[in-house]
Ligand binder design. Structure first.
Ligand code: GLN
Ligand code: ZN
Length: 761
């Protein structure tokens, strides 16, 4: 009877670690205070898993910031600019790498596969010196042991570590990072030896890069690494854990022939081919860690279905070699359902957060061993049945409308250049029109108004008048600045997805369903549990109000279907594209209502469209097809004279530029200021782009105020590759996180730069 958990959330059920970290960073508490919170969290997690009956409990999945950064610390691979002089790496150096300090910027952060978690990218080169410099893995193993819990220490595997790193500054781009394998393995050997000496009998290497498209050279690195570690690992049970997709067939062969490895962990939720792969050939005598319980979502497991999958696998690998596990670390789901006291009880019965998933894993393992908890399984089956038949899940009208979309194309009847002409006749904009992305600074006062309204401490009347007041300030400011296409500033919105989710049917919200995004930052995704519909207009009142305050065009401001989908916990009882089409139909109604209310420019943000791109290239086309289709559905039936904008928070879309064009928006505004060259190279490469485009002319993530000259220079560079009549001038993204003292001068300079260039045309 064996059960295993790949990893567990670190933040704590009430984000205890977040608050401890932030207070430490602010100098309000000591390192000891922070360590105490961390120690208590780890202890409670180990105890919880031990109490539940989990056999293989992970350690070293805790982190003060990020597990990849922990590995960088373990290897002593500190970039030179942090002036680290050796010895055990302490908070100072560690947090400087993570967040930068007064004199040195932080290391780069990037998305962890296709999750919303971000890791700190190692910076390596031929001169990087590796030395064993953080004993965290061993310390945590010992710490658990002292509490009476014998854990499986978890390390990021050496090959994934290198494949996830980038050449350090000054190192040539093509530097073969895998050539560093022989330099880092000695450190791994030291760690392994210490773990053995401390009493560990198992070790887990996370090698998630095995699910990516890997060429033969990269695959060979896995064989080389685990062969080189073979003698160090002898006497230990070695688990190589993969997650987020199935392992491609070729890689599966390489992986399962590693002789130093005794156990393999696979994702059976996202890895749709995994069961077939295992059936087609799993090495005799090795353990299979079967990840049946979904680590990336909040739904209760369908225990009967999982049990039958497990029984089939048991027949392949043998009874004593099957271990029940999670599909990936539970850090990608919410922490504990117990704290959701306000959630509707029927919906709650359909859910399982990390703490509940631990219990599910254990129950499945016991059932396999003939100790099925009948009452627990019966309750689970009842919840599954209620989810299938609940009227709050199914809305036949929505299902029919979404089904009718399939197979047919939805796009505006007229082509984009003719539409732009028609729009220009109405809008009469100058060349290089100026605009902003939507949000204006959210002051403490504004947040207080929203909070008090939500808590029913102020009346609707008071709330509406406060928001109107704010909109009118933002409108006046933009008129003073002489911006051409205005926004209302989004003062009524807390979050660009939550705001819409709260007004759509089929969405639920948690009080504490936080998931770590990076460092101390967490997000609280809405839960899409049912068919999505829009009972009432969501933004029309505010947009109309704002438009009535000015004679300039006021942009309606919506979040697009793909972004709403990608930033939510999505139902798992129908394909993602079906849920996306439903959201698209709801947004379509909103777009049409805005148009009917006289709004001539409507922006539909698709900030997260690229984030949803599947890990493997073979799956890109299908995703892009339905994602782009969903976007087009939202505006396929509006007039030529209504101008549709979209906005994206990244510019590295060389690979998906044709899909972006295929969205058929009239104008696209994009983040650009930190990557000018990347974006411009797309157009320099000869891609035909006929729609309006506004590559951000300054970085809103920084408090720095760009000068008129600097912005003008940027615009000139863009004009070298883009037609004058399609270029827009705007910041990178929304201004929500900035202060008015930064926004006013920055926008002043932006408008002067546009005017300056206009005179030179
Ligand atoms: N309209 C949103 C805003 O300005 C867009 C935010 C985003 O792209 N993340 O805040
Ligand atoms: Zn953005």
């Amino acid at each position: 009877m064996a059960s295993h958990i790949v990893g567990y959330p670190r933040m704590g059920p009430k984000r205890e670690l977040k608050f401890a970290l932030e207070s430490f960073w602010d100098g309000k508490s000591t390192a000891e205070d922070l360590e105490k919170v961390a120690t208590d969290l780890r202890a409670s997690i180990w105890k919880q898993m031990a109490d539940a009956g989990i056999k293989y409990i992970p350690s070293n999945t805790f982190s003060y910031y990020d597990q990849v950064l922990d590995t960088t610390a373990m290897l002593g691979a500190v970039p030179e600019r942090y002036s680290w002089t050796g010895g055990e790496i302490g908070f100072d150096t560690y947090f400087s790498m993570a967040r930068g300090n007064a004199t040195v910027p932080a290391m780069e952060m990037t998305k962890w596969f296709d999750t919303n978690y971000h890791f700190i990218v190692p910076e390596l080169g031929p001169n990087t010196k590796f030395s064993y410099s953080s004993h965290k893995a061993v310390n945590e193993y010992k710490e658990a042991k002292a509490l009476g819990v014998d854990t499986v220490p978890v390390l990021i595997g050496p090959v994934s570590y290198l494949l996830l790193s980038k050449p350090a500054k000054g190192v040539e781009k093509g530097f073969p990072l895998l050539s560093l394998l022989s330099s880092i393995l000695p450190v791994y050997k030291e760690v392994i030896a210490e773990l053995k000496a401390a009493g560990a009998s198992w070790i887990q290497f996370d090698e998630p890069t095995l699910v990516l498209d890997l060429d033969a050279h990269k695959l060979a690195a896995f064989s080389a690494a685990y062969t080189e570690l073979e003698s160090a690992l002898s006497g230990l049970n070695v688990l190589v854990e993969t997650y987020f997709a199935d392992v491609p067939a070729e890689s599966f062969k390489t992986l399962t022939s590693l002789s130093s490895v005794t156990a393999y962990g696979f994702d059976l939720v996202r890895g749709t081919q995994t069961v077939e792969l295992i059936k087609s050939g799993f090495p005799a005598g090795k353990y299979l860690f079967a990840g049946v319980v979904d680590g990336r979502n909040i739904w209760a497991d369908d225990l009967a279905a999982s049990l039958s999958t497990l029984q089939a696998l048991e027949a392949v690998v043998g009874k004593d070699k099957l271990v029940v596990s999670t599909s990936c670390s539970l850090m990608h789901t919410a922490v504990d359902l117990v704290n959701e006291t306000k959630l509707d009880s029927e919906i709650k019965s359909w859910l399982a957060f990390a703490a509940q998933k631990v219990v599910e894993v254990d129950a499945l393992a016991k059932a396999l061993a003939g100790q099925k908890d009948e009452a627990y399984f019966a309750a689970n089956a009842a919840a599954q049945a209620s989810r299938k038949s609940s009227p709050r899940v199914t809305n036949e009208e929505v299902q029919k409308a979404a089904a009718a979309l399939k197979g047919s194309d939805h796009r505006r009847a007229t082509n984009v250049s003719a539409r732009l002409d028609a729009q220009q006749k109405k809008l009469n904009l100058p060349v290089l029109p100026t605009t902003t992305i939507g949000s204006f600074p959210q002051t403490v006062e504004l947040r207080r108004v929203r909070r008090e309204y939500k808590a029913k401490k102020i009346s609707e009347e008071e709330y509406v008048s406060a928001i109107k007041e704010e909109i009118s300030k933002v409108v006046k400011l933009q008129e003073e600045l002489d911006i051409d296409v205005l926004v209302h500033g989004e003062p009524e919105r807390n979050d660009m997805v939550e705001y819409f989710g709260e007004q759509l049917s089929g969405f639920a919200f948690t009080a504490n369903g936080w998931v770590q995004s990076y460092g101390s930052r967490c997000v609280k995704p809405p839960i899409i549990y049912g068919d999505v519909s829009r009972p009432n207009p969501m933004t029309v009142f505010w947009s109309k109000t704002a438009q009535s305050m000015t004679s300039r065009p006021m942009k309606g401001m919506l979040t697009g279907p793909v972004t709403i989908l990608n930033w939510s916990f999505v139902r798992n009882d129908q394909p993602r594209f079906e849920t996306c089409y439903q959201i698209a139909l709801a947004i379509k109604k909103e777009v049409e209502d805005l148009e009917a209310a006289g709004i001539q420019v409507i922006q539909i943000d698709e900030a997260a469209l690229r984030e949803g791109l599947p890990l493997r290239k073979a799956e890109h086309a299908f995703y892009l097809d339905w994602a782009v289709h969903s976007f087009r559905i939202t505006n396929c039936e509006i007039k030529d004279t209504t101008q549709i904008h979209t906005h994206m928070c990244y510019s590295n879309f060389n690979d998906i530029i044709h899909s972006i064009i295929n969205m058929d928006a009239d104008v696209i505004t994009i983040e650009n200021s930190r990557s000018d060259e990347k974006l411009l190279s797309v157009f320099r490469g000869g891609v035909k782009y006929g729609a309006g485009i506004g590559p951000g002319v300054y970085d809103i993530h920084s408090p720095r105020i760009p000068s008129t000259e600097e912005i003008a220079d940027r615009i000139s560079k863009m004009l070298a590759v883009l037609d004058t009549n399609i270029l827009w001038v705007n910041p990178d993204c929304g201004l929500k996180t900035r202060k008015y003292t930064e926004v006013k001068p920055a926008l002043t300079n932006m408008v002067s730069a546009a005017k300056l260039i206009r005179t030179q045309l």
